[in-house]
Design a protein around this ligand. Structure first.
Ligand code: AQP
Length: 333
């Protein structure tokens, strides 16, 4: 392997939002110059919670359009759908044999998602074992780095443990222990200020949001959680919107915005209006590219088909080696 390799993916569970964009996708776009990149749409993760099977194919296409519109370049990165490469699920089974039940039980995202659904015992076994499939997504490409938001730190640790145990049991150094690559804004809170911004709980601004609804949502967003009235000074370091400014607004404006926030004579309205300008400047070209891609489904099919073929060739080779190391016969010709 000549270059360091990245694997990352997102679940087609709804429209991508500013958390996904600022926490992960914008970072992916920047990393393309330096790394060998594999970006997938993880449809098999999206089915670990109740979902609408009729809506899923379109959600997958929409997610691919969002990747490309944000600036993922198929001539530099491999873009594909997870289920087009069945080696992911096969490797997940093998990695499950070196993953401990107790480790899976400690995953906070499992606890959060089962809490949302109202019952842990009624959750699917697939939701419980989801981090093993995520480990397989990464290790099947022997990825060295994984660009994610900080909500994935625990899952990534599990992938590192699985790699370590596999290596010590079957072959030293076989899998790299993948490291996280975090964006400068690894956690964007939702508009409610309470939970991280998420596709499935309705506390988000979509990456492809049109200007009018964008402003409607932004104007109602929580800012510094400790600033209970407008005439108290704010704390930019605690404010979710200031965090977004740091990723989007020209650097020379940041001290001015921070100063206005700290001054009791400015409310949050100025800061929100300036963030609206920065967001529209950043997202307008993304919205335009998404429209172009929507009008050209053939091109999308081609990109995903080529991506799957490239990904499959790499994954096939890893699985051949893994089976041999584990004494598994595998498919016969
Ligand atoms: N709020 C966030 N701030 C920063 N990064 C975030 N990510 C997600 N939310 C935030 C990062 O986006 C990538 C894709 O995540 P995913 O689709 O696999 O699922 P998720 O983390 O569970 O994202 P959502 O939006 O919260 O989806 P649902 O609602 O379906 O669970 C990851 O790199 C993640 O870190």
């Amino acid at each position: 392997m000549t270059r360091k390799r990245i694997l990352s993916g997102m679940q087609p569970t709804g429209e991508l939002h500013l958390g996904n964009y600022l926490g992960a996708l914008k970072n992916w776009v920047n990393l393309q110059a330096e790394y060998d990149c594999f970006f997938c749409i993880v449809d098999q993760h999206a089915i670990t919670v109740p979902y609408d099977q009729k809506a899923l194919p379109k959600l997958v296409d929409d997610m691919a359009i969002s990747y490309l519109a944000a600036g993922i370049d198929p001539s530099r990165a491999t873009v594909f759908v997870q289920s087009a490469v069945p080696e992911h699920t096969e490797l997940a089974w093998y990695l499950a044999t070196v993953t401990q039940y107790g480790e899976l039980g400690r995953m906070t995202q499992f606890k959060d998602k089962t809490e949302q659904a109202g019952s842990e015992s009624g959750a699917s076994a697939a939701l419980f074992t989801y981090p093993v499939l995520m480990a397989a997504d990464i290790l099947v490409y022997k990825a060295t780095h994984v660009p994610v938001g900080d909500d994935q730190t625990q899952h990534l640790e599990l992938a590192r443990n699985a790699a370590q145990r596999f290596n010590s049991r079957f072959k030293k150094g076989f899998f790299p222990e993948p490291a996280g690559l975090y964006s400068p804004t690894p956690r964007i809170m939702g508009l409610d200020g309470l939970k991280k911004m998420s596709k499935s709980i309705g506390n988000h601004i979509a990456m492809l949001e049109e200007p009018k609804p964008l402003w409607k949502k932004l104007s109602g967003a929580y800012t510094d959680p400790q600033r209970t009235t407008q005439d108290e000074p704010g704390r930019p370091e605690l404010c979710n919107l200031y965090r977004m400014h740091t990723a989007l607004t020209p650097a020379e404006r940041l001290p001015v915005i921070a100063e206005q926030c700290r001054s009791a004579s400015f409310g949050c309205g100025h800061c929100k209006r300036e963030l609206e300008t920065s967001l529209n400047a950043e997202l307008e070209p993304v919205r335009a590219r998404a429209k172009e891609l929507r009008a050209n489904p053939e091109r999308l099919r081609q990109i995903l088909g080529d991506g799957a073929a490239t990904a499959r060739a790499v994954a096939f080779e890893t699985l051949r080696e893994v089976r041999e190391l584990m004494g598994i016969r595998g498919p016969t010709r």
